[in-house]
Design a protein around this ligand. Structure first.
Ligand code: PLP
Length: 398
């Protein structure tokens, strides 16, 4: 028999598979609300002006491409740390945080997972129910059993906070708890400030290991506002992990720019942690790529480019909010009854629409409106040109 005779066909990735289906759909009115990508009001993926300006500067002074350090561009790691934790925070100044460049937010998560597997080989991982569909697979592939904590409350269109807390309280010490720092994917529902305080108190009391996934900083309420959660954990004196993605916030999806930060109790501990993190990187891909992180480092460290970025990110955030409001209006105009305020309460790129799988399938087959079977739609892909069509299609399948 051939070497690969026993290799089974893997199931299609639920979201990227949807993209392939969308591209093959001849419907001229088709709308892609499946994948988590921000497009502008013309339906185009933006190239941010700050990115173009940084790349222009780079092309005017072209550089040879040597290997980077294992943990990436030093200026990038420092700038990311400043962005995520605040450059003036005593933990940053005291050298208690190790930050390494990673291949997107996914890469940051995987580095953290591999590091944790060596540290806590028998730990269990808890992710939210539901969560970004790659979380489970990623931690399982790293060798962990993965369970869920309650999160989405369909009946109340919000969070089952009591269920979440009860599950965390019942978790064994050393359990790894994956938390969405902001703009929860897929539901769009974020914890309140007071709820975060309660989660932190339980994590502390139970000796759990927090892992914050920050893939949408700046898409919720603002860069500092969204980042406040990460600093809450710092101020609570916890040791924890933060993965960062710039895919969305810089519209640099294909450059794969991200980071992993690990907060330790002392600078001495941090040095040992970083040395082990570098081993994880070295045995995975040796060292990271140069271009995207160089762009982000330039933008974050140049006052002029940074201001440009903050303005452009605010523009993306504000446009999504406008689209949420307009979706409510268009659904009401289409005749959808009931309280739709949940759509504007949700944060970030996604809305859990409450539609079921057969309805989502009808949206695709009859209208060419592509969302995920879970009912998740990407509101960051709505625009003035497709809103009414989408709202009418949703009404039609309800
Ligand atoms: N984490 C969450 C919650 C996400 O939604 C995503 C991307 O969709 C990622 C991580 C991965 O980001 P990246 O594309 O930078 O790997």
């Amino acid at each position: 028999a051939s070497l690969f005779a026993s290799v089974e066909m893997a199931p299609r990735d639920p979201i990227l598979g949807l993209n392939e289906q969308f591209n093959a759909d001849p419907n001229p009115k088709k709308v892609n609300l499946g994948v988590g990508v921000y497009t502008d009001d013309q339906g185009k993926l933006p190239l941010l002006k700050c990115v173009a300006a940084a790349e222009k500067q780079m092309s005017e002074a072209p550089k040879a491409r040597g290997y980077l350090p294992i943990d990436g561009i030093v200026a990038y790691d420092k700038a990311v740390q400043g962005l995520v934790f605040g450059a003036e925070h005593p933990a940053v100044k005291g050298g208690r945080i190790a930050t390494a460049q990673a291949i997107g937010g996914t890469g940051g998560l995987k580095l953290g997972a591999d590091f944790l597997k060596r540290l806590q080989p028998n730990a269990q991982v808890l992710i939210s129910d539901p969560s970004w569909e790659n979380h489970r697979a990623l931690f399982e592939t790293a060798g962990f059993p993965v369970d869920v904590y309650p999160y989405y409350d369909a009946a109340n269109r919000g969070i089952n906070f009591e269920g979440m807390i009860a599950k965390l309280k019942a978790a064994a010490a050393g359990t790894i708890v994956l938390l969405h720092a902001c703009c929860h994917n897929p539901t769009g529902y974020d914890l309140t400030d007071a709820q975060w305080d309660e989660v932190i108190a339980v994590i502390k009391a139970q000796g759990l290991i927090p892992f914050l996934d920050m893939a949408y900083q700046g898409f919720g309420n603002g860069i500092a506002e969204d980042g406040a959660v990460v600093i809450k954990f710092l101020d609570a004196g916890l040791s924890y992990f933060v993965s960062t993605s710039f895919s969305k916030s810089f519209s640099l999806y294909g450059e794969r720019v991200g980071a992993l930060s690990i907060v330790s109790e002392t600078a001495e501990e941090c040095g040992r942690v970083l040395s082990q993190l570098k081993r994880v990187i070295r045995t995975n891909y040796s060292n990271p790529p140069t271009h995207g992180a160089q762009v982000v480092a330039m933008v974050l460290t140049s006052p002029e480019l940074r201001k440009m970025w903050e303005d452009e990110l605010a523009e993306m955030r504000d446009r999504i909010k406008v689209m949420r409001g307009a979706l409510v209006e268009n659904l009401q105009a289409a005749g959808v009854q009931g309280d739709l305020s949940y759509i504007t309460r949700q944060k970030g790129m996604f809305s859990y629409s409450g539609l079921n799988a057969p309805q989502m399938q009808r949206l695709r087959s009859e209208f060419g409106v592509y969302g995920v079977d879970s009912g998740r739609i990407c509101v960051a892909a709505l625009n003035t040109g497709n809103l009414k069509y989408v709202a009418d299609a949703i009404k039609a399948v309800m």
